[in-house]
Design a protein around this ligand. Structure first.
Ligand code: ATP
Ligand code: MG
Length: 294
């Protein structure tokens, strides 16, 4: 049965560092593009931002010009060997405030490794929390954002990110069957909430590859708004050649063409995201799964 989505208020105090899993198990919907460009927009706004590449494809690392050949310290070592994030983190070139933990192809084995690991579900939570604590001690201020770029699956890699992140940013591509992947993601979130930690997730939905000339894009936008209400950002990311060209130049679209429609849209989306944090979790409308008891 399709899980119902309902509104509920979370009463926990607002975390100082906002941690997002950027997830949707449907492939090619704009997870990586969204991760790196929202991260770059937040960093340009003076926020301290860490991107964790949790996809063996290493696309976020590539887009941020972070070397991720075998041998580079990466998110696999963090997950599988307990390497402190501080030892794997790299500054993103020419981008103040933005840092990245890359993924190498080694991460491809992590799904399998996690099957046999004790406390596998907290293999990402603990290193992130340790890093945030150390960051505060060293710099005297909190890191502002962590964005985790998830692979296109709902395996254990994605689940470690969902356990580590109180917030989930779901890019939805404006296409037929756009919400199919989202329903499976919501089911997985419910499993994570019920069986791996009790924390409820705050959802944010971002429409990607929107084409205002097509009826389909508008239909998907209406569907998303009807289903997710305020959790759907008002900003849509347009389909834009500049957005798709930027990664081959190892740049975000903000660096590649800051005045392009795609760059402007990502800046606006990032402003919406940072804006609603001011509400605080206890006041914000939060969508959470109520499942069958709803
Ligand atoms: P995967 O599931 O493989 O990790 P993904 O969900 O991370 O994919 P992306 O890699 O971000 O998706 O995007 C898929 C493709 O669509 C890429 O070639 C990207 O350049 C292109 N793309 C993403 N967003 C846009 C956009 N707004 N306009 C044009 N092309 C886009
Ligand atoms: Mg990706």
């Amino acid at each position: 049965m399709e899980p119902e989505v309902s509104r509920e208020t979370i009463t926990q105090t607002e975390p100082k560092t906002r941690i997002f899993a950027v997830a949707n198990q449907k492939g090619g919907v704009g997870k990586t593009t969204t991760t790196v460009n929202i991260a770059a927009a937040l960093a340009a706004d003076g926020k301290q931002v860490l991107v964790i590449d949790l996809d063996p494809q290493g696309n976020a690392s590539t887009a941020l010009a972070i070397g991720h050949h075998r041998g580079v310290k990466d998110s696999y070592e963090v997950l599988a060997k307990g390497l402190p994030i501080a030892e794997a983190i790299q500054p993103v070139p020419n981008t103040p405030n933005l840092f990245c933990v890359p993924a190498t192809i080694d991460l491809a084995g992590a799904e399998w490794d996690l099957l046999t690991m004790m406390a596998w579900e907290s293999r990402l939570t603990r290193p992130i929390q340790n890093y945030l604590k150390a960051h505060k001690e060293t710099h005297g201020v909190d890191l502002d954002y962590v964005l985790i770029d998830c692979p296109p699956s709902l395996g254990r890699l994605t689940m470690t990110a969902l356990v580590a992140a109180p917030e989930v940013l779901i890019p939805v591509q404006c296409e037929y069957y756009a919400l199919e992947g989202v329903d499976q993601l919501l089911n997985t979130l419910q499993i994570v909430q019920e069986s791996l930690n009790s924390q409820m997730h705050k959802l944010t939905v971002l429409l990607t590859m929107f084409d205002p000339r097509t009826r389909l894009s508008q239909d998907v936008a209406d569907l998303v708004k009807a289903r997710f209400g305020d959790a759907a950002l008002n900003t849509y990311i347009p389909r834009s050649v500049r957005v798709s060209e930027a990664p081959s130049n190892q740049q975000t679209v903000l660096a590649y063409d800051p005045t392009s429609t795609g760059a402007v849209a990502y800046v606006n989306a990032a402003r919406e995201i940072s804006g609603y944090s001011n509400l605080g979790f206890s006041e914000s409308v939060t969508i959470t799964l109520l499942g069958e008891q709803a």
